[in-house]
Design a protein. Sequence first.
Length: 371
Amino acid sequence: MTRTDPPLHSSPGSPAAPDRAAAEEAAMRRALVLAAAGPLTGVNPRVGCVLLRPDGTVAAEGWHRGSGTPHAEVAALAALDGSAEGLTAVVTLEPCAHTGRTGPCADALVAAGVARVVHAVDDPGDASAGGATRLRQAGVDVEGGLLRDEGEEFLRRWLVAVRRRRPFVTLKWASSLDGRTAAADGTSRWITGAAARQHVHEQRAAHDAILVGTGTVLDDDPSLTVRGDAGELQPVQPLPVVVGRRPVPADAALRRHPRGLVETGTRDLEAVLDDLWRRDVRSVLVEGGPTVASEAVRRGLVDDYLVYLAPTLLGGPRTALDDLGVGTIGEQRRLRTTSVEQLGHDLLLTARADDDDRRADDDRSDGGSDR
């Protein structure tokens, strides 16, 4: 589960008459690769930046390594051998214009003498947005929207969270082909194989928090930790969150979780997500059970679905979801499948709501990050 730095990019000599558009598009694709080296969790977005010379060759590059560290633009400037005068900064997200834990990236680019800035996605935060305007006011040529669709998809989790002012919600369940998550007597270990179960640990590591209901705690006594292939506890753990009014037993495994435990004392999922947002949680993995999962679906709170399907049949009443309020076929909850992956003998189906999250309200919102 360790992340490695992307390999250094070397740019060949440019042609006599370089195609600026092609060079900037290639740099943006490289910036997206760089951004992917940043942390999946935390309040800040993953951002990459490539600095181009006037002849289209790469002068330097950088990416954001997590909250409190230099932003991608500043990291690229620090890696530069020589002056930034006249360079073009190609960055996956509009440079920020406010002071958080670090200074405004827009100001850093202006002070360095960068002549042109190209970004893929506008920053949706009230506090952090406005970098493009500040750059233009300083005389910098700015172009937005290069590879916007790719940038929006890459930043989708962070963008959905900031635009909706709640954590991005992933709903996960593992079931038989007939949609059962346990046998009639409640036993469920194990429906899926080792490869699928290890993939769940990777998904836990990719989220800030894991959310379950008190029923799951009382029935299954889960630990909700992230473990490696050999069962070893990983150094970075998500925050466990329990929804419901019943207290978690004193001897429950969750009481020994390395991150502690959040007992919400409520069944109000929207209130829980609001509280988690205020705790700087930007992504939540909902692991059940069916009561919590169904409530999240009914309220339209689920952004991604991760469904692990095992080639087995169980029958009986233990279904992944309860009543969703669908009274007739015209009210069914349509999803769009985005990927299907084989994990050993099992399948992982990933889906999202048919009304794509990128069509979420684009109104500016504050508190998006410490950018």
